[in-house]
Design a protein around this ligand. Structure first.
Ligand code: DC
Length: 214
């Protein structure tokens, strides 16, 4: 079984995907975390734009049960900073970066049941998925959620809600307007608006679609 959840930043798609993976006992792939791992590797190795493609050929990025790895080490909070968010969205406009990520996802999805979240999973990466969802929420709600997430990771930081919202809008625009594989609603996707719903409510809506489709 292949389930895809696409949507903008802060829509809740990763949280929902994680829960769905537990309910159906299948593998969760957070595709954004692979873009983030690549961006992080470029960042810590101070790779300049002209060397991105060469660096990517040498980099060891994997995806295991506990998430994305770089040279065998699990990446967690270090890929959740605003710098990595911004760079991951920039490098995601490059075809060679997208090919690298798509290949990793398809390799796993060929072998087992998966729930994958991202921007172009149902439209480009796994268009033959069994169930496709598009997760959305209004931008104010998404910014509030993102701020809570950032605060949780870095309790002493002074994070301004307006700045978070501006960053989200900037990233959304880039993700929606890029030439290759932009963020869009995949054909035959079910739209789930999470603005006023709890995680539990959204999960129930998703499960209802899956159960009725069986
Ligand atoms: O879901 P996220 O915020 O962790 O993703 C980080 C960036 O990666 C996002 O701004 C755009 C890019 N991305 C993408 O282009 N395609 C995907 N399927 C997933 C993420």
């Amino acid at each position: 079984m292949i389930i895809t959840l696409d949507g903008p930043s802060g829509s809740g798609k990763s949280t929902l995907a994680k829960k769905i993976s537990k309910i159906f006992d299948i593998t969760h792939i957070d595709s954004g975390s692979i873009y983030r791992a690549i961006a992080y590797s470029f960042m810590i190795n101070e790779v300049t734009e002209k060397d991105y493609q060469n660096h990517l050929k040498t980099v060891d990025i994997g995806y295991e049960k506990n998430g994305v790895t770089l040279n065998g080490k699990n990446l967690k909070n270090e890929i959740r900073t605003s710098e990595v968010s911004d760079l991951s969205s920039k490098i995601a406009t490059e075809q060679f970066v997208r090919d690298f990520v798509d290949e990793k996802i398809r390799e796993i999805a060929n072998k087992k049941s998966v729930v994958v979240d991202g921007r172009d999973i149902g439209s480009t990466v796994l268009p033959n998925a069994d169930y496709k969802f598009f997760i959305e929420a209004d931008v104010k709600k998404r910014a509030t959620r993102r701020r809570i997430q950032l605060k949780r990771k870095n309790p002493n930081s002074d994070i301004n809600i307006r700045e978070v919202q501006e960053d989200l809008i900037k990233r959304d625009e880039r993700d929606k307007n890029r030439e290759i594989s932009p963020l869009r609603i995949p054909e035959k996707a079910y739209i789930i608006d999470t603005t006023n719903d709890s995680i539990k409510d959204s999960i129930q809506k998703i499960i209802k679609v899956i159960k009725e489709g069986e």
